[in-house]
Design a protein around this ligand. Sequence first.
Ligand code: UN1
Length: 493
Amino acid sequence: MKLMNYVNGQWRDNPDTKFTAVLNPANGEELAQVPLSTAKEVDEAVLAAKAAQKKWAKVPAPKRADYLYDIGRLMKQKKEELAQVLTKEMGKVIEEARGEVQEGIDMAYYMAGEGRRLFGETTPSELADKFAMSVRAPIGVVGLITPWNFPVAIATWKSFPAIVAGNAFIWKPATETPMMAYEMAKIFEEAGLPPGVANIVFGSGSEVGTAMIEHPDVKVISFTGSTETGRKVAEAGGRNLKKISLEMGGKNAVIVMEDANLELAVEGILWSAFGTAGQRCTACSRVIVHKDVKEALQNLLLEKTSALTIGDGLDESVKIGPVINKGALEKTHSYIGIGQEEGAALLTGGKILEEAPHDKGHYYAPTIFTDVAPDMRIAQEEIFGPVISIIEVGSFEEAIEVNNSVIYGLSSSIYTADVNRVFKAQRDLDTGIVYINAGTTGAEIHLPFGGTKGTGNGHRDSGVAALDVFTEWKSVYVDFSGKLQRAQIDNDI
Ligand code: UN1
């Protein structure tokens, strides 16, 4: 199957376009061919989006939201079909794929509700017979660049607020996972979204992404991906005076204090560390444990890890799917040598699974390092694979300090029974998301999603905060005095 761009409500192909194969990471099977579009296709999409946006901005927000209710309903109807495609192209296990599609459905209904709110503010004027208010205005054409690890959910975090706020968008999905975008384009079409409001241009970041960032008519770039790429997006976007919203890496930790429920903590760690084969920006990759319970926690972790089944995510009994591609496999594996050289002890895993039934896909054994020092590379750098580092600490204060000692600040978690520690932790953990007695993953769509430090640049996806990315404040003054009233001058009442 050859995928086509979706521009101005049409499926477009170009005889000169080159393609690349989309491969199932579980078995290497070719699923589709994805176009590698060029700046020309981006220009065409922006032109269509610009024309469509002018009309779309005039559609009342509750009516714009009606399309999102339809999109949500269609996603719900096709939930299983979408989840199957998602597992095939991305590799995550089917249960998680269903969860991800559900995240998109939730976002559709949540943002549809915003169509009847999109609250602004009324403010007293300093002058008599004058009315002042601030309203949220659409921005125009916006560019969305999304990653392969959450090909549908993250796209909905960005595209749905963009739609309800009255913008038109160009979406560049990751070339590894274009099929979910293709499915979403079909849903946009079926929901009758006016042509040009939603446009999808497939291709690489260096070609399509760059063309979007450089285009003068694209006013916002909302990007999720690595910190390294995000920095380039910010630099190019800055030069072009764009609003840039970045969601990037993480080095998330679970803290386990001596008063924690260890069984519960282990379940949370395994789910957050090895779910999605560790390929979430929220994945747990450090376990910071109090010395009194380190041994017990380690033993439990080892026992439960050995029971995890690894394989094709379409098999309902499988708990860990493949990593996305060979590059990811190699990058993950390179950290084993790095960790060992630094003096960490490998407790389990540390290998690429190469024998049947794992020989055709990209499978990595869930890996646990212990005796890790907080400043080792394995405890500082984002690996984005199923690897955790256990770090021992002697106190609550030290645990917080170690948690905050990385350049990232996305998610953190603490297991403790002490209510004072709970409140101190939620205040002092320097991350955009904090969990108490739960792992580092599982953010809900109606709360802001994002992080501090090297994880972001102050913006948030999802939640009501997403509207701040896709709207601009407009302050409106209505003078009904019938005479010239001068602010700051005629105000001595
Ligand atoms: C990501 O990690 O890239 O909070 C997104 C979570 C999911 C979203 C993760 N709801 O783990």
